[in-house]
Ligand binder design. Structure first.
Ligand code: ATP
Ligand code: SF4
Ligand code: MG
Length: 325
């Protein structure tokens, strides 16, 4: 597999009233053709900022972006907003947590689709209408002929998410970024949407990135998983290795926060005690140290680098689990 989409030392900061907010602190990741990469991390760890910056969506006086983002070898960070917009849909597409942000509430589904297809792919009106029905069938929408006449608010959350996925794949993107695509949905619908995304990835040969705070959600669908903490990758491995040979205490805590099948409390995720560092203040040492059961003085004074355990399994910890701990 060759690298399709790569982030190298991506850094994103925001100028805020309190000072510089470090949202993404030097992330290096790649997605290979046809691969599914899972990105997991707590709220505020920089998941959304990372992908929005990579897609050229975060701009303005208050934002600085550093490092490199390439798609098939072409640098995206230096492109103008207009240049990068040309790639949306046909090269990279994004599915968001809340489909209402991507759908126009006052236009029928069919006309929103057709407009996008006519504009982006230069299709005729009739071809666009036929392709719309085909896409809606592809995302397993029942009765697409009736659906195209509806407005977004007339659909359920799961149906809206399917419509947004259909729109995202309409121009055959090479990479689909799905940012918390299922958090607003109930558990059964979540599973169906993830199943659908996996199926589409296989059928269309796309690469996919699934971003979530729920490790349990991506486990069955990702080839590799990157764990993000306070704007840094802290562990990156194949899904099997991440579960079988967890190296980072933070990943261990995330795994322990997934409720067991026997858990009858109804909660989906248990919170890890404590909170990540304030992204505005300067933090020394390992960012996870205040919450880590294994922290030593070294952890509190020195910042660990991301290292390769020798088998392609990367971790950012002085005392990795399973290696003598
Ligand atoms: N436009 C902005 N201006 C200033 N700070 C921002 C902005 N957008 C995000 N941030 C900050 O950047 C950090 C990372 O936010 P981000 O939205 O990427 O988190 P996340 O991992 O996606 O969290 P969640 O799981 O809640 O979606 C947070 O501290 C957030 O408050
Ligand atoms: S470096 Fe130290 S504090 Fe950080 S995760 Fe590893 S053991 Fe815990
Ligand atoms: Mg987010």
């Amino acid at each position: 597999m060759t690298d399709l989409f790569s982030l190298r030392d991506l850094k994103v900061t925001f100028a805020t009233k309190r000072g510089t907010l470090n949202a993404v602190r030097g992330v290096t990741l790649h997605v290979a053709e046809g691969e599914c990469l899972g990105i997991v991390g707590e709220s505020g760890s920089g998941k959304t900022v990372m992908w929005r910056a990579a897609m050229g969506l975060l701009r303005g006086k208050r934002v600085t972006r550093g490092g490199s983002v390439t798609l098939n070898g072409t640098e995206l960070l230096t492109m103008t907003a207009k240049e990068v917009r040309q790639l949306w849909g046909t090269q990279i597409a994004m599915v968001f947590q809340d489909p209402m942000t991507a759908l126009n509430p006052v236009r029928r589904i069919g006309s929103q689709f057709s407009e996008a297809l006519i504009k982006r792919l230069g299709m005729s009106k009739d071809d666009a209408a036929a392709r719309t029905l085909e896409l809606l069938r592809l995302v397993r929408m029942p009765e697409p002929e009736r659906l195209v006449r509806k407005y977004p608010h007339q659909l359920s959350g799961g149906m809206r998410q399917r419509v947004m996925i259909a729109m995202a794949i309409a121009c055959n993107p090479k990479v689909l970024l799905a940012d918390e695509p299922t958090t607003a949905l109930d558990v059964t619908v979540q599973a169906q949407v993830l199943e659908l995304l996996s199926d589409l990835r296989e059928k269309l040969g796309m690469a996919m990135v699934i971003v979530t705070h729920d490790l349990g959600i991506v486990a069955g669908h990702s080839d590799r998983i990157a764990v993000l903490y306070a704007g840094e990758v802290v562990e990156l491995a194949t899904t099997a290795a991440l579960f079988a040979n967890t190296r980072m205490p933070y990943t261990e805590a995330l795994l322990n926060s997934i409720p067991k099948l026997t858990d009858t409390s109804g909660t989906r995720m248990r919170a890890i005690p404590g909170s990540p560092p304030d992204p505005v203040s300067v933090t020394t040492g390992c960012f996870f140290a205040p919450r880590c059961n294994y922290a030593t003085d070294r952890c509190r004074n020195e910042h660990p680098e991301l290292v390769d355990g020798g088998d392609g399994h990367l971790y950012r910890c002085f005392f990795p689990l399973g290696k003598g701990k």
